[in-house]
Design a protein around this ligand. Structure first.
Ligand SMILES: NC(=O)C1=CN([C@@H]2O[C@H](COP(=O)(O)OP(=O)(O)OC[C@H]3O[C@@H](n4cnc5c(N)ncnc54)[C@H](OP(=O)(O)O)[C@@H]3O)[C@@H](O)[C@H]2O)C=CC1
Ligand SMILES: O=C(O)C1=N[C@H](C(=O)O)C[C@H](O)C1
Length: 249
């Protein structure tokens, strides 16, 4: 297989710049860099690392599908953006027929390890006795909440209990909320300064507390994972994959 040619969407953003640094340090070819207002010319690229916005991701998926058809070989689009509405998630699905889509709220090894552990824990700790609370903290410029990672962790905990997160999610508490309902999964959000990404999931019973936590110290961590996902994607057929697939978890 020939050397991979990368493109970056959201190239001037924090993650776009981190991705460029990692690619350049590894000697990879960056064939194109896109930002707001640019036309997606994908003719020189095989793998697009996309840390932009949900809207931009959908436009890019359309361009990847068209370019893949034109050349008779699918493009890999690694989606890092978070904050998709359910309508945007649904709108992305048809592109999985033509594009090798990888999508994850977090491309770190640690968070993806934690997902498996949470499924195990929540399957064993009964909803009657154990309350689950997800807490996340990020930098002051983050625009979506709860974070994509927090939602993934909450979804993993819900899956372990055999329920849909949408049925048990409590994203905010304020005022006279009433007592906690058994089985709910609560989310708390902190925004401040330059925090790269902190996530914790608390299991609380009357007598014991168990906490799973992950701390990201540098955003090149996410860039490295996204590039790993892109290289893995080159050997796949069109479809929708996540970082669990890449890592074989
Ligand atoms: N999955 C993961 O592991 C990780 C995911 N993320 C997610 O990645 C996303 C980006 O994060 P971050 O880099 O910090 O954010 P930034 O705001 O720094 O970067 C986003 C970039 O996308 C650009 N952009 C906006 N609209 C378009 C468009 N239509 N076409 C192309 N580019 C566009 C922005 O340009 P402008 O500023 O001009 O609007 C900006 O340069 C967020 O959703 C974040 O939650 C972040 C880290 C890890
Ligand atoms: O916006 C960020 O910075 C991050 N976003 C992702 C998320 O929403 O979970 C991943 C990481 O925590 C950093």
């Amino acid at each position: 297989m020939s050397a991979p040619r990368f493109a970056i969407n959201g190239a001037k953003g924090r993650m776009g710049q981190a991705t460029a640094r990692v690619l350049e340090a590894a000697g990879h070819n960056i064939a194109a860099r896109f930002d707001k207002g640019d036309t997606f010319d994908l003719s020189g690229a095989d793998i697009v690392i996309d840390f932009s916005t949900p809207e931009a991701t959908l436009h890019l998926a359309q361009a990847c599908a068209a370019e893949g058809e034109r050349r008779g070989a699918p493009i890999v689009q690694v989606i890092g953006a978070t904050g998709f509405t359910s309508e945007q998630e649904a709108a992305l699905m048809p592109f999985a027929e033509k594009v090798i889509l990888l999508k994850s709220g977090n491309y770190s090894l640690g968070v993806n390890m934690m997902i498996g552990l949470l499924k195990q824990a929540s399957a064993r700790l009964s909803a009657e006795d154990w309350d689950i609370e997800v807490t996340e903290a990020h930098h002051r410029r983050k625009v979506d909440a709860p974070s994509g990672t927090a939602l993934m962790l909450g979804a993993a905990a819900a899956e372990g209990r055999g329920v849909d997160l949408a049925e048990v999610k409590v994203a905010a508490r304020d005022g006279i909320t009433g007592a906690r309902r058994a089985g709910d999964i609560g989310f708390s959000v902190i925004r401040g300064g330059g925090i790269v990404g902190e996530h914790s999931v608390l299991f609380a019973s009357e007598d014991e507390l168990i906490t799973f936590s992950h701390s990201a110290r540098d955003r090149t961590l996410f860039a490295r994972g996204a590039i790993q996902a892109g290289l893995w994607g080159r050997n796949q057929v069109p479809g929708l994959y996540d970082m669990q697939d890449v890592l074989g978890f």
